[in-house]
Design a protein around this ligand. Structure first.
Ligand SMILES: [Zn+2]
Length: 1045
């Protein structure tokens, strides 16, 4: 027998482990006969297929099943978790991986590390959790878990807002014998509602995997919290940043309390009367009027004609409180001849609005003269209700020419602008409306009439002779956000924070706050600029009482350190502040004052004052982040900023993260009446009624990250989106399962991957690392920018396309078929372990259940992934040469795909003709063997998934590449116009003459052979190993070793 010794050089990386491997070939058939080296140490002990001998005495493998000899992925990590088992499955993971203990663990692991303080905005401790809670808590949790992996110690104390009207209203209905009215019973019932709600919330938040200090949350009714509030109020009072005054406030007759702007919602379809009234001037004589406005008498006028002024209102109930008519001195006004419908009467109206009035009246009045508004200040008119009262005309810039008559009815007790005018012109502030929203007894005819209904009607009836025309209009009107009923504006004595004094300082502080997303930044600024004043007193029971005594005679408030300290002592003794409502003044008042002269205040603090002080819980720390819905621009974000500015001249936060609200797939707000409410519980545990399977917490979290972190806009929730989230998580589970199978090999000490150097890796693997590095950088940037939806999109695409579809396809042959400990497998497994490590870290903040589960199947994952930290920068992976090479290869693959369409290329032989530059580039992936067998065995063949390849260089000066002598069935010049960026090559294809290997299924066997060179070598090694296994026990022992990889 003639033997040819052929030393494999370039392909050593591809095929074998030892660097001095020698193969022996039959010179005639060039078929590998046997492997001379005993260095192979294939551990596979599965019995090989039957072997017989050929006539020359060589071993010959028969066409049998070889699947048992393949190194297929092995792991008990489940491919799928049925929806019906999700709940149990995730609960098991949470227990096994100690989800609830993680917060405590990380405090130890990260001791001494920089802290990340996410200060929890307190949700109302009222009722069940809703989908908005899920959005908020999960976005916070993703942020916290990411920061934990970045090496920070997490400071996240969950909190609850325990006071407020919704809880009080519920508590008042708690009486078994009817509505509760006494404060103590209401407080006891409210406290019970709060405790029950918090317990329900905690159960849900834990189930969603929220990482937090569950053992000691903060509650705004904790005694330490109440004491801080009392002391803060004293400080504000001493700094003159709070004051008590009569002011118009939004008043809810249905809740019987003042409301803050943040507690209003606007009903766009509110119906109001729209009434034009004509009021008599003090002197109605037209001649007198003409002289006052400094005009010449038009010839059309009767000498005894009368002049009336037109006003317009949508709140007739405020007419008794009218104290002036406002005009704009920069506008023109005119006199309309209305004698056709009202004998001898001329109306005064703004010129710009006369047409509007004529249309409303359906009349065609002629303008008899026009004059400047400034003259109106000389006039006076008769009060519409109290006819003996004479009232002034006053100028105001807020009079516009959009609606009405340009002559605005001013009731200082019932409007913010009106109130300011009242102060400027010393107008009376009389308010005839009580706290029920009904007229008081000042005007007997109106007594006890609800102003918005009967009040309006009776007044319009009484003033019928002054009404020129009336109709009903539909317009936007403020409503109580709790009771969904209209509010009114009325004056009352209230406590206010001096927002005017604080705003500019707060705006300055805000300049250093980073607001995410950028497009909502102006929302915060404009809400702060627009804020008129902040009324912090409420006339309710369930809350922290404003610690003020009032002098019975003068009404003057009394508050000082002694009183507040005394109250704080009493809070300590009784654990709450309920005693305020029952204890005598003598227990609170300083000894040197007479308790009989004072009475306790009955106001409580606005809940925004309660929660706006929560930053005090952080000691002197400034929170790294506040993360809430965008409604908090006028709520918690603002109240916290104003109070922190007032009390310590600093912002309470460094970053604001703002999210939108959940709507259905049609963009509609969720509402029980429409039936489009998606409950977070039903997402996690399923809902038979809605035919919704149990998706589990990870899918809920994926939906939140994918939909809730984009641009602060609406967040869509629908069955389709949840299904899509479920499918995405499933795709990632599949990828992780494949990775885990081989990562456990990577973890095995005998594979010795720690010592593998970058240069030893195959080029395909170096390319994968370059992609991985790029992916890591991009995703890290998205995390740093809080763009979690981009993290998910990028990760899903990377995992399913670049990793699964592309890299797994390229790598499967060597993973399954090469020698167990070959360099080619080591190289690949090293990369797979890097991909797993990357994906598990990137996914852990969003999918903690899936990642911790995979970790429990991972040999190195005996501790939580959150004990590890973010991946290190790997500068060596940034290999421009390799990415340039693969750019060309992927272009060639695209060209090939263009030629063959949907056909599988595995039985094709490719001829690739290149210019010198491309030829040189591609040579590293496909060295230039003479032998067809070697031409089948290159990285380029693996990438193109073809049988074999001839790589040729154009001759110098040759314009057209030569066709191949292989009788191509199809030969194509590189196609143009299909978007390829590379030139300088052409692809030709034909059917391969090589045969399919019975083991690896590649077309790389010489005709007549069953196995390819590589598979033959591996099988020989297995056989050799088998024969060396002398005892059944040894066989058994090595079998186990394989199973465990
Ligand atoms: Zn093979």
């Amino acid at each position: 027998m003639h033997l040819l010794v052929n030393t494999i050089n370039l392909n050593l990386k591809r095929l074998t482990k030892p660097s001095s491997l020698v193969l022996l070939f039959n010179v005639n058939s060039r078929r590998p006969l046997y492997l001379s080296s005993s260095l192979f140490n294939n551990e596979t002990t599965t019995p090989p297929p039957s072997v017989s001998e050929d006539p020359a005495g060589n071993s010959v493998f028969l066409k049998k099943k070889y699947s048992d000899t393949l190194l297929l992925p092995k792991t008990d990590f489940p491919m799928k978790v049925a929806h019906a088992k999700r709940e149990e499955h995730e609960n098991t993971i949470a227990n096994k991986r100690q989800f609830e203990q993680l917060y405590g663990f990380q405090s130890l692991w990260r001791q001494g590390q920089p802290e990340f303080v996410l200060h929890d905005g307190p949700p109302y401790a009222n009722g069940d959790v809703h989908i908005g809670h899920a959005v908020n808590k999960i976005l916070k949790d993703i942020t916290n878990r990411y920061k934990l992996l970045r090496g920070y110690q997490i400071n996240y104390i969950p909190g609850w807002d325990c006071h407020g009207l919704p809880i009080e209203l519920k508590a008042t209905k708690d009486g078994k014998r009817g509505i509760l009215t006494d404060p103590l019973s209401i407080q006891t019932a409210a406290r019970k509602i709060v405790d029950e709600s918090i317990a329900k919330h905690i159960e849900a938040f834990k189930r969603w995997g929220i990482l937090a200090e569950w053992n000691s949350p903060y509650k705004t009714f904790d005694k330490s919290y109440i004491k801080a509030e009392l002391q803060a109020f004293l400080q504000l009072y001493d700094k003159k940043l709070v004051f008590r005054d009569l002011k118009p406030v939004y008043w809810s007759p249905s809740s019987k309390t003042a409301l803050a702007e943040a507690e209003l919602e606007y009903n766009q379809k509110h119906e109001s009367p729209s009434v034009f009234l004509s009021l008599d001037l003090e002197s109605t004589n037209i001649q007198e009027f003409i002289s006052k406005i400094d005009a010449t008498t038009p010839t059309v006028l009767d000498k005894d004609a009368q002049v009336q002024v037109l006003i317009w209102t949508t709140t007739p109930w405020t007419l008794p409180s009218n104290r002036a008519i406002a005009f704009n001195k920069t506008e023109k006004y005119c006199l309309l001849d209305a004698r056709q419908s009202n004998n001898k009467v001329f109306y005064v109206v703004a010129s710009a609005l006369r047409t509007q009035f004529c249309v409303a009246k359906n009349a065609n009045y002629a303008t008899v003269l026009e004059f400047s508004g400034e003259h109106l200040s000389k006039l006076t008119y008769k009060h519409p209700w109290f006819e003996n009262e004479i009232c002034p005309f006053v100028h105001s810039d807020h009079v516009t020419m959009e609606k009405g008559t340009g002559l605005v009815h001013v009731a200082p007790a019932h409007g913010h602008d009106d109130f300011v005018l009242g102060l400027q012109h010393n107008l009376a502030m009389d308010c005839y409306v009580d706290d029920q929203g009904e007229f008081d007894s000042t005007i007997p005819k109106l007594k006890a009439l609800p102003v918005l209904s009967l009040g309006n009607k009776v007044i319009m009836k009484e003033l019928a002779n002054k009404i020129v025309c009336s109709t009903t209009i539909i317009h936007s009107y403020p409503y109580d956000w709790r009771t969904k009923l209209p509010v009114i504006i009325k004056t009352s004595k209230q406590w206010f924070v001096h927002t005017e004094d604080l705003k500019s300082k707060a705006l300055d502080l805000l300049k250093n706050v980073h607001i995410h997303p950028k497009n909502v930044e102006n929302g915060m600024l404009s809400q702060l600029i627009r804020r008129p004043f902040w009324c912090i007193s409420r006339q309710r029971t369930w809350g922290v009482p404003i610690p003020v005594l009032y002098n019975k005679e003068t009404g003057e408030p009394l508050i000082n350190k002694k009183i507040v300290d005394r109250l704080c002592e009493l809070v300590d003794k009784s654990s709450n502040i309920d005693y305020w409502w029952t204890c005598p003044v003598s227990e609170i008042i300083p000894d040197d004052m007479d308790p009989d002269d004072f009475t306790k205040g009955k106001d409580i603090f606005d809940i925004w004052y309660d929660s706006g002080l929560s930053w005090h819980l952080l000691g002197g720390k400034i929170a790294d982040m506040y993360l809430e819905g965008k409604d908090q621009f006028q709520g918690w974000f603002q109240s916290s900023l104003l109070l922190s500015t007032a009390l310590r001249e600093t912002s309470p936060y460094k970053n604001l993260y703002v999210h939108g609200f959940v709507v259905d797939e049609h963009g509609k707000k969720m509402s029980k009446s429409i039936g489009n409410v998606v409950s977070p519980w039903s997402v996690v545990t399923g809902c038979a009624e809605r035919n919704q399977p149990a998706y589990g917490a990870d899918v809920l979290r994926w939906w939140v990250a994918a939909q809730g972190s984009a641009d602060g806009g609406n967040i869509s929730a629908s069955s389709a989106l949840l299904r899509s989230a479920d499918e995405s998580v499933q795709k990632l589970r599949n990828v992780i399962k494949f990775l885990i199978s081989y990562c456990n090999e990577a973890a095995a000490a005998d594979l010795n991957l720690d010592n593998i150097s970058y240069d030893e890796l195959m080029y395909t693997d170096q390319y994968m690392l370059a992609l991985l590095r790029d992916f890591r950088n991009q995703v890290t940037t998205h995390y740093e920018d809080y763009n979690y939806h981009r993290v998910l999109m990028k990760t899903l695409h990377f995992a399913t396309s670049e990793v699964s579809s592309q890299y797994f396809t390229w790598a499967k042959d060597r993973l399954y078929c090469d020698f167990l400990q070959s360099q080619s497998r080591k190289s690949c497994i090293y990369v797979l372990s890097q991909i797993y490590s990357t994906l598990s870290k990137i996914l852990a903040p969003v999918l903690p259940y899936l990642v911790e589960e995979s970790y429990s199947h991972y040999k190195l994952g005996n501790q939580s992934i959150f004990k590890s930290t973010w991946f290190a920068e790997e500068p060596s992976w940034d290999n421009k040469n390799i990415t340039t090479t693969f750019d060309l290869v992927l272009d060639i693959r695209e060209s090939l795909n263009h030629i063959i369409g949907a056909n599988n290329p595995k039985d094709l032989w490719v001829e690739l003709q290149c210019d010198a530059k491309n030829f040189q580039t591609l040579q590293i992936l496909h060295p230039l063997p003479d032998d067809d067998i070697d031409k089948c065995d290159s990285e380029l063949c693996d990438i193109l998934q073809i049988s074999g390849l001839d790589l040729k260089c154009y001759e110098v000066g040759e314009s057209n590449p030569k066709t191949d002598p292989l009788q191509p069935i199809n030969f194509a010049i590189k196609p143009t116009g299909v978007g390829h960026s590379h030139t300088g090559y052409s692809v030709g294809i034909c059917k391969t003459k090589m045969m399919q290997c019975a083991r690896c299924r590649r077309f790389c066997c010489t005709p007549g052979d069953v196995l390819c060179t590589r598979c033959l070598s591996v099988m020989k090694s297995i056989l050799q190993k088998q024969s060396q296994a002398t005892s059944p026990a040894q066989v058994e022992s090595s079998k186990k070793k394989v199973v465990n990889i």
